[in-house]
Write a protein that binds this ligand. Structure first.
Ligand SMILES: [Fe+2]
Ligand SMILES: [Fe+2]
Length: 287
């Protein structure tokens, strides 16, 4: 590993690397820390296939002092012709085992503490999924919301490839994850702030700029709307929307850190880069 000298470690983040695309594989091949002490948060959607996910996390684990990963919806798909045909919870557990073999931390590990500049801060990787409560205006239930989205021609591929087994539904899986995670966060050292890392945004506001507003259904849960305040977040890191930017909610910095698909970053030119500095807190950037 080579690294610049004389630079303190930073807490960095990226997401939505989507390495099924060759252009994105090249981006990943170029991801390098600025110092031997840099940590990297990977907020999901590395890819769909287990071999791809392994390639990315192994490469990053060799380069960064610590890598923390949370699953996105794409990792949880069971695509045809993958080397692993596990579904739902068993697929997730398989990925957690893969991470453990590489020394990569997941939502199933004790939360690490960032002791570098801007710390100490508890780093909390979360896997919360979504529960269809980011509903379109005028709808009052999951069923009404899904039919409104279908009528608008918007249906997330998760409906076909992200299996919730053994839970009866993705929202049931999400509710279980949210309840368990809420207990863990409540048990964290109350004297430390946190960095909350989740593939889906914890608040609905960032989804208001989606090109297809109905897609918000697959983007989070109303149940986490106050977690950034309740759990003392110094920053919240997420992806999924493929709209890289910084927003502020109740005075807390939210960083959407996605790279996204080549057709997206070619259009906008990766203007926020491929690695976002989370700590020490950078100079504010206006979007
Ligand atoms: Fe994505
Ligand atoms: Fe996603």
């Amino acid at each position: 590993m080579t690294a610049a000298r004389g630079r303190a470690g930073r807490l960095l983040a990226t997401s939505d690397l989507h390495v099924a695309y060759e252009e994105n594989r090249r981006i990943v091949a170029d991801l390098r820390p600025g110092s031997d002490d840099d940590w990297l948060l990977v907020a999901g959607d590395v890819g769909e296939r287990v071999d791809d996910i392994h390639w990315v996390l192994e490469l990053l684990a060799h380069r960064f002092a610590r890598v923390v990963w949370v699953p996105g919806n794409h990792e949880l798909w069971t695509p045809k012709r993958d080397s692993v045909d596990l579904r739902g919870v068993r697929r997730y557990e398989h990925l957690v085992d893969l991470c453990r073999g590489l020394g990569v931390l997941t939502p199933e590990d004790p939360y690490p503490v960032w002791e570098g500049e801007g710390g100490p801060v508890t780093i909390a990787p979360l896997f919360l999924l979504y529960d269809y409560t980011f509903r379109p205006d005028g709808t009052a239930s999951k069923e009404e919301a899904l039919s409104a989205a279908r009528e608008a021609g918007v249906v997330c591929t998760d409906e076909f490839l992200l299996h919730p087994d053994p839970y009866p539904s993705r929202d049931a899986w999400s509710r279980a994850r949210i309840e368990e995670t809420e207990r863990r966060l409540a048990a964290c050292d109350p004297s430390l702030p946190t960095v909350l890392v989740n593939h889906w945004p914890l608040v609905r506001e960032p989804t208001r700029v989606l090109r297809y507003p109905e897609f918000a259904l697959w983007c989070g849960s109303e149940r986490t709307a106050d977690w950034h305040v309740r759990f003392r977040a110094a920053a919240v890191v997420y992806g999924h929307l493929h709209i890289p930017r910084t927003t502020w909610h109740d005075g807390v910095r939210f960083e959407e850190v996605s790279v996204g698909y080549p057709r997206e970053w070619r259009q906008y030119g990766l203007r926020r880069g491929t690695l976002r500095q989370i700590l020490p807190a950078p100079e504010p950037v206006s979007d």
